[in-house]
Ligand binder design. Structure first.
Ligand SMILES: [Zn+2]
Ligand SMILES: [Zn+2]
Length: 112
């Protein structure tokens, strides 16, 4: 199998970049089926901005009214708690990206 340098176009900025024979060999080795879609600059940008981007939603704690972020989309009418209130409630942390299941413990009203 022989590889020659190829000129590809970046999907992001439209710049042309070289998909070198060496890189093609690497791709072939890893059995990557698709050509790279981004130039080096855009790839670097993506890597740098990558891990920081998380789908957290800004919301207000229904217990103490302080601003907080949750790893899921809060449902209308459902109480959303900040981390400290959540821990005070003694609730088990929900797996990221999953709303609490139906019938999850609601804040218990004081019964006196
Ligand atoms: Zn680019
Ligand atoms: Zn709170």
């Amino acid at each position: 199998m022989e590889f020659i340098d190829r000129v590809l176009t970046c999907n992001d900025c439209g710049a042309e970049f070289i998909f070198t024979a060496g890189e093609q060999l690497f791709f072939y080795d890893k059995q990557f089926k698709n050509d790279p879609k981004h130039c080096k600059q855009c790839k670097a940008k993506r890597v740098r901005g990558g891990p920081r981007v998380r789908s957290e939603t800004r919301t207000t704690c229904s217990e103490c009214a302080s601003e907080t972020t949750v790893p899921f989309k809060p449902t209308q009418g459902r109480p959303v708690l900040c981390r400290s209130c959540f821990q005070k409630q003694g609730a088990k942390p929900t797996p990221a990206g999953q709303p609490p299941p139906e019938g999850a413990p609601e804040p218990t009203p004081d019964r006196s």
